[in-house]
Every structure is written in structure tokens, then in C-alpha cells.
Design a protein around this ligand. Structure first.
Ligand code: KIV
Length: 263
């Protein structure tokens, strides 16, 4: 997929959209060689790449650095970059400066968490020619306000608010919407009512597409196994095994051999 029109086409054709996060050029090359539709340079890089506990510890400059690396590795994929924590909350001029940095780094769109206080901004960004992906449900930038990484939209009131917000971000101009950690029945309802595609994570099978954090679906973090996650590789075990084989080979003088050495 190369443009936002492809997202829309897939929804209309009822073909599922597949996305993963990606933060670096090496993995971007691997994603580029796969059938994955599009990439998110997520602010989850604060946790996955930089070892922070939450997504709050990143900045637009860091996001732009990783976005540029990803685009260099996967210039055939549609790349969305996250607007990081508070990048949208310091006035229009400042927000537009952040958008500019991400787009100039090579992103094709930006993602913004939450609807409250963002509708005018989304409209302005879209009118400025930049596609915006929405993100509702569990919005990790509000982790302290939400009281932790909890499933959202479980009560009638919160489910109604999520549906209302979904329609509002669509109305503001979002070309697609991430729904994170909400009941499957609610994401189905939202997906049916929206004309833009929904991309789910922990939101059940009925969204128009799915997104997973790349390192999570590759099983790189053995301690992270939430219910919504399916691991497609035992990455951590494979890498540890490879590292230990290397240590053993060096110790036993099985590496380097003659074929690894220069005359
Ligand atoms: O930053 C991120 O990885 C995300 C996905 C979980 C959707 O926003």
C-alpha cells in the first residue's frame, strides 16, 4: 500500500489491512520484503528501543530520527509516524512544527491519540495536506489519567463516548482509526458505523485491519504476553541461542576459522 486511497480501497473490498510498528532501518528492510501493508513508527519506541516504562519519554526529534531510518529501509511502504506525548497540546503553531518535522523525515501521515481537544487540530493538519490516523480506546499517552493499561469502553457510557469520538475524528478528517484494547463487540459496532478503516490492537477480529508491535509479535520480550498478543516467532530464545553459540564457538576456537580469516 502506498497511499491513503489504498486504505480506503481495502475497507471497501473488505480486505484486511495489516500493519506493524517499526523503528529502525534493518527491520524496515525486512518489513519491506514482506506482505505487510503499512508501518507505524510508534511512540512505543520509547519502551521498545529506549527502555522506558511508558511511551511518554520520547520527543518529535527522536520520532523523526527513527522515522527517517525506517523510510530509508522501507521506501515502498506507507509510513505513519506518531505525534508524541504533548506534541499536540502546545498550540496550533507548535503542533504544526511537529507535523512538519515528521513529514520532512519521510512519514506519509501522522497519528494522534484521543479526540478531546484535537478535532480542530486534525481538521487543520488534514487541510494542510497531511493525512491523520486517529487512535482511540487505550491511549497510552494518557496512561496516568486512565489509571493504567486497562481495557476501555466496558460501560455503556464509555462505549457510547468511544463511538461518538470515532465518528468525530472521522468527521474531522482522519483517514483511518486505531482502536486499542476495547471489547470486540464495540470495535465491531464502530467499524460498521465508520466509512474510514479501523485498525485494531486488542480490539477483536472485526476491525478492518490489525496492528502489532513488531518486537512483540516476534516474541522478543518473553515477559510480555498480554491476551491480545499472538507471537509468531520465539525471537528471544532464537537470539539468545545464537549469542550463546557464538560464545561457545569462540571459546572452542570453532570461530573464526580459516574461511573467516584474511590471507
Ligand atoms: O506506538 C504504538 O506502538 C502504537 C500502536 C500500539 C498502535 O500506537
Amino acid at each position: 500500500m502506498k497511499t491513503i486511497l489504498d486504505f480506503q480501497k481495502k475497507k471497501v473490498a473488505q480486505q484486511k489491512i495489516t500493519m506493524v510498528t517499526c523503528y529502525d532501518s534493518t527491520f524496515a528492510q525486512l518489513v519491506s520484503g514482506s506482505n505487510i501493508d503499512a508501518i507505524l513508527v510508534g511512540d512505543s519506541l520509547a519502551q521498545v528501543m529506549h527502555g522506558h516504562k511508558t511511551t511518554l519519554n520520547t520527543s518529535t526529534n527522536i520520532m523523526a530520527l527513527h522515522t527517517a531510518a525506517v523510510v530509508r529501509g522501507a521506501n515502498d511502504k506507507f509510513v505513519v509516524a506518531d505525534m508524541p506525548f504533548l506534541a499536540t497540546r502546545k498550540g496550533l503553531r507548535n503542533s504544526m512544527d511537529q507535523v512538519e518535522k515528521l513529514i520532512k523525515a519521510g512519514a506519509h501521515a501522522v497519528k494522534i491519540e484521543g479526540a478531546d481537544g484535537h478535532l480542530e487540530l486534525i481538521k487543520h493538519i488534514v487541510e494542510s495536506g497531511v493525512p491523520v490516523m486517529g487512535h482511540l480506546g487505550l491511549t497510552p499517552q494518557s496512561i496516568y489519567q486512565l489509571g493504567g493499561p486497562k481495557i476501555q469502553g466496558r460501560t455503556t457510557d464509555t462505549a457510547d463516548k468511544l463511538l461518538k469520538d470515532s465518528l468525530a475524528v472521522q468527521e474531522a478528517g482522519c483517514f483511518s482509526l486505531v482502536l486499542e484494547c476495547i471489547p470486540a463487540v464495540l470495535s465491531k459496532k464502530i467499524t460498521e458505523q465508520l466509512t474510514i478503516p479501523t485498525i485494531g490492537i486488542g480490539a477483536g477480529p472485526d476491525t478492518d485491519g490489525q496492528i502489532l508491535v513488531l518486537q512483540d509479535m516476534l516474541g522478543m520480550n518473553k515477559g510480555f504476553s498480554p491476551k491480545f498478543l499472538k507471537k509468531y516467532l520465539s525471537g528471544a530464545d532464537l537470539i539468545t541461542e545464537a549469542l550463546n553459540s557464538y560464545v561457545s564457538d569462540v571459546g572452542l576456537q570453532k570461530f573464526p576459522l580459516k574461511e573467516h580469516s584474511y590471507e
